[in-house]
Ligand binder design. Structure first.
Ligand code: FES
Length: 132
């Protein structure tokens, strides 16, 4: 049971306000749960497939719950924790060596080689996700 408890974590989405993120800890790593504004959502959807590898926003979220983004909060360059709502693309900025992510967590500029990782997760109800 202890191992199972560590392997997954549930999060109540009502704890995150529109335009904000909540950082939770999962398996020793930060996980960002971001509630995107309508403007942020329109932008990341309209951009189509971008980042590395190129991905649409829909490939990084769950159908019917597009306003929420769940990503591991570790820069894919060398693992620093990117700063929320910063950088040239309105997503996150990693201050360690200057990587810019958009509000879908896709890498847009800087040395990071990959988009922020979307962990395995599922909706257990309309307002709860289970990560892991
Ligand atoms: Fe983020 Fe290097 S660790 S840019």
């Amino acid at each position: 049971a202890d191992t199972l408890a560590l392997a997954s974590i549930e999060f109540d989405l009502t704890k995150v306000q529109e335009g904000q993120q909540v950082v939770i800890k999962w398996q020793g790593k930060p996980v960002f749960v971001r509630y995107r504004t309508p403007a942020e959502l329109t932008k990341v959807i309209d951009e189509g497939a971008v980042g590395s590898p190129p991905q649409t926003d829909a490939e990084r979220t769950k159908a019917g719950h597009e306003k929420y983004l769940v990503v591991v909060g570790s820069c894919t360059h060398l693992g620093c924790v990117p700063t929320f709502n910063a950088g040239d693309y309105g997503g996150w900025f990693c201050p360690c060596h200057g990587s810019h992510y958009d509000a879908s967590g896709r890498i847009r500029k800087g040395p990071a080689p990959l988009n922020l990782i979307v962990p395995n997760y599922e909706y257990v109800s309309d307002t709860r996700v289970k990560i892991g």
